[in-house]
Structures are given as C-alpha cells and as structure tokens.
Design a protein around this ligand. Structure first.
Ligand code: SF4
Length: 467
C-alpha cells in the first residue's frame, strides 16, 4: 500500500493492427494502476491522428464508439497521475502537436530532472506552452530542432533530456519508443498473434491483448516500429549501467508483470522470505496489507513456517475518492479503504507485512484498526529498506519532510505507528532479493543514478550510481 505512493504514468502503443484503437484501449486499461487522474488515446486512422482524452479512469475518460476510435491502424494510450504539473485536462496525454514534420502524438512516463531548465530556455526562445508537463518540453524541442528529418530531430531532442523517462511517439507513419539512458522507468516490447508490435510500461498490458512479451527496451534505446518490422538505435552514444526503479518491483508494477526477466510476484515473495530471515518474530499469524504486500507476507510466512491469512480486506470501490495528492484526504481514506477480519486477528500475535513505509500514516491507522479488532500484538515488518530520500524520477515523494525514515530512527517510527516491534529489510537484503540486473535504490539512500539539474530539485546525494 506504501502510504499511497503513486507512479507517474503508464504508456502503451501499437502499430500495424486493424484493431489498434480497441487494443490500445484494453492495453491502457490494464495499466490503470499506474495513474487514475486522466486517460487518453491517440489513434492513427486514414493518415489522420485523433486524440481522445478525459479526466478519471480509463472507463470514464474514454469511449470507444466511433469507427476511428475502434479501428485505426496504429494507436497509443496513456494513464496519468500528476507528480509534475497540475491535474487538469490540459495536462492529460497523449499530447497532439502539429509540427513542420506533421502530426505528432506523445505520451510519457516518468520525470525529467532538467525539465524546468529546458522549459525556461525554450520560453526565452519564444515557445508557448499549453500545459505544465515535462512531456511538452520534448514536443517543443522536436518542433524547434534545426534537423531536416523528424527522426534526427527526435533523436537529438531525446539526447537533451535527463531523468527517468519512457516516451511513446506516434506519427503518421511510425510508432517510436524511447527509454532513459539508465532505464529507470520501464518500457517493454511485445508482439500480437497477428504480428503487430506493441510497446507498454508493463508486460501485463501484452496479456490483456493476447500479445507476447518480446524484450525490454534497452536504456538509451530508440525503437521505431513501421508495419511489421522494427529498427533499433541509440539516442545517446554513451553506455551507463542499468538502474531500473527498484520500487517497480517492490510495489508499483502489477504482480502479473515481468521486468528485467523476472516475475514481480516472485521477487516480492523472495523479499518477504529474506525479511523473515533478517527480522524473525514469534507470532500466531502473518497478514499482508492488501493487495501489493500479499506476496511479501506469503514469503515471510513460508520462511517462518507460520500461517498466512487475510486479516485485512480492502474496499476497492473507494480507491478513486482518494487519488488527489493531498495528505488530509490520504489519512481520512485509510479507514474507509481497509478493515480487519476480526476472526483472523482477535486475540492473536500478528506479523503485519507491508511492502514499504513512506510517510507512516497508513501504518498507524492499520495498527489501530487491528488493535480495535482485538489483536494482542502487532509486529510490523517492511519488505524494503527505510525510505529516506525523495524520488525525482517520477514518483510522488518529492518532499523530504514527509518521509518518516528521513526524520526519525526505527524506534521513533515504531512508537509513532504504535507497533509492538518494527523492522525493515536491509539494503543488502533488497539487493539479494532483486538478484539480477542494475537497480535504482536512491530513495533507500543508495545515491541518485542521474544527477539532479533543476533548481527546484535540490540534490541530496549525487555521488553514487545505480546499484
Ligand atoms: S528513487 Fe526510488 S522510487 Fe525513484 S526511481 Fe529510484 S528506486 Fe524508484
């Protein structure tokens, strides 16, 4: 549950399929967990690109009614949660721009650490921005590039961006996908049974349209999809280590997604097992905070040979009421969102496993709920290390003052949340659980893989690379 941390966005794109728009709709729908504030579709039909977008969930924002919305030959979709820019329709994506190269639809996941600097520079040169998102920066860079071809303009513009990002760009004759040089934000390539190529933030979107996973888009890679063939290129010449956001594995990504060749569900179970070895406790039952902490709780229970049970249930229908990035609403929402199963917790010593503890407000409410339902002891176990540093790459924890582990030690946090004991997974335990690939662990104090640039992004530590 992670104190309601939110990823910035999810992107999807497909090229060369007679039902591209419909498949984009389903693909985007399966990425709903990555953003609930707005949703949009861009559809290429008979050489015209049309964009449909609205506020709210995919099913509220989009209607697949007209022929062009249902069919199309290529399409892309986007879900958004704002971490930069206001939550308003003008910032909903895909953005549609008319440039000297033709029509251009653009969707982004992530955050630029030099977005504000680039925007100021572009404004000085006369660029007029419609909204406040970083995504518009790329569109203006492309439009103002001195290059003769769209492809060269896109490549040159991408090379100016710093941060964690994945872009999908739809033109009148191709779909492009690009991933930041460290691979902080995810982007994967899939293929439908009919042979069309697909791009998505997570592989669960491929399953939704019966496409299969082909591979990850490599850090710094620019992929071009035309008809049924692809071309791969790099928009930066240098090679750096990979630094995929470890929080994708801990919390954000759906449990049925695969990243870096690993099942997120199985990684979460493994983290729970390691946590049990690092921080054992005598108890009667292990419960997880639904839904994202369930695999870690199962892993903890298995490693300790304790029963795992459903001690907390989630009311899934209130989720949308509390998507506004506002602390008061977040706190008020917990009690409506989660409740205890008295028969599971009454009179028991409980291990409560959560995937992360960011602000601590959710944990405090959950422990109160469990005690109110009769829990004798509540031992909190966190399946990730203390979250000490804000994220600047597309996750909504940019205020250091809100981070519990930045301002308190473990004992102080234990007292603040009201647990009988509290323990976190170690950084070494997290690395062991992730097992392969290179990871960003900056929010756990391991150093920022991409130095921060904007004046609004005060650097905390820029010395170490990804892990
Ligand atoms: S700082 Fe944390 S949340 Fe942000 S990209 Fe790195 S691992 Fe992910």
């Amino acid at each position: 549950m992670a104190d309601e941390l939110h990823d910035e966005c999810g992107v999807f794109g497909i090229f060369g399929d007679s039902q591209a728009a419909l498949k984009s709709y389903w693909g985007t729908f399966s990425l709903q967990h990555r953003g609930q504030e707005s949703a949009g579709l861009a559809v290429l039909h008979k050489e015209e690109i049309t964009v449909h977008k609205g506020m709210g969930l995919v099913t509220e924002a989009l209607k697949v009614e007209t022929e062009s919305q249902r069919l199309g030959f290529a399409a892309m979709g986007h879900v958004r949660y704002s971490t930069t820019g206001e939550s308003s329709i003008v910032n909903a994506q895909p953005l549609l721009m008319k440039t000297r190269f033709g029509l251009l639809a653009l969707g982004q996941n992530g955050n630029l650490v030099n977005g504000a600097n680039l925007r100021q520079q572009l404004e000085k040169e006369g660029a007029i921005f419609q909204g406040t998102t970083d995504s518009e920066v790329l569109a203006h860079l492309i439009a103002r590039s001195g290059r003769d071809s769209f492809y060269e303009a896109l490549k040159e513009s991408l090379a100016k961006l710093l941060g964690g990002f994945a872009f999908t760009v739809l033109t009148q004759d191709a779909l492009y996908g690009a991933r930041d040089p460290r691979g902080i934000r995810p982007l994967a390539l899939g293929r439908t049974e009919e042979g069309a190529y697909v791009l998505a933030s997570e592989s669960c979107a491929f399953d939704a349209i019966r496409a299969h996973y082909v591979r990850e888009i490599e850090p710094g890679e620019l992929i071009t999809i035309r008809e049924s063939h692809i071309e791969s290129d790099r928009f930066v010449s240098f090679e750096t280590g990979r630094a995929l956001c470890s929080f994708e594995m801990i919390y954000f990504a759906r449990p049925d997604s695969r990243m870096e060749g690993q099942s997120t569900h199985m990684v979460r179970r493994r983290l729970g097992e390691i946590l049990a070895k690092e921080a054992p406790v005598d108890a009667d039952v292990v419960i997880g905070v639904p839904d994202s902490s369930t695999p870690a709780a199962m892993g903890y229970a298995k490693a300790r040979n304790l029963p795992f049970d459903m001690g907390l249930v989630k009311n899934r229908y209130v989720a949308r009421t509390f998507i506004t990035p506002n602390q008061a609403l977040r706190e008020a929402g917990v009690q409506l969102k989660l409740s205890a199963v008295k028969e599971v917790v009454d009179g028991k010593r409980i291990v409560l496993v959560d995937d992360s503890l960011v602000r601590g407000t959710t944990s405090r409410h959950l422990i109160q709920i469990l005690r109110h339902a009769g829990a004798k002891e509540v031992h909190m176990r966190i399946a990730s290390p203390p979250y000490t540093d804000p994220c600047y790459y597309g996750i909504d924890t940019s205020r250091a003052t809100e981070l519990a582990a930045r301002n308190m030690n473990v004992e102080q946090i234990r007292k603040a949340v009201g647990a009988d004991s509290l323990a976190y997974l170690s950084l070494g335990g997290l690395k062991a659980g992730l097992s392969q690939g290179g990871w960003c662990m900056a929010c756990f104090g391991a150093g920022y893989p991409v130095p921060l640039q904007d004046e609004t992004s005060t650097p905390l530590s820029v010395t170490k690379g990804g892990n």
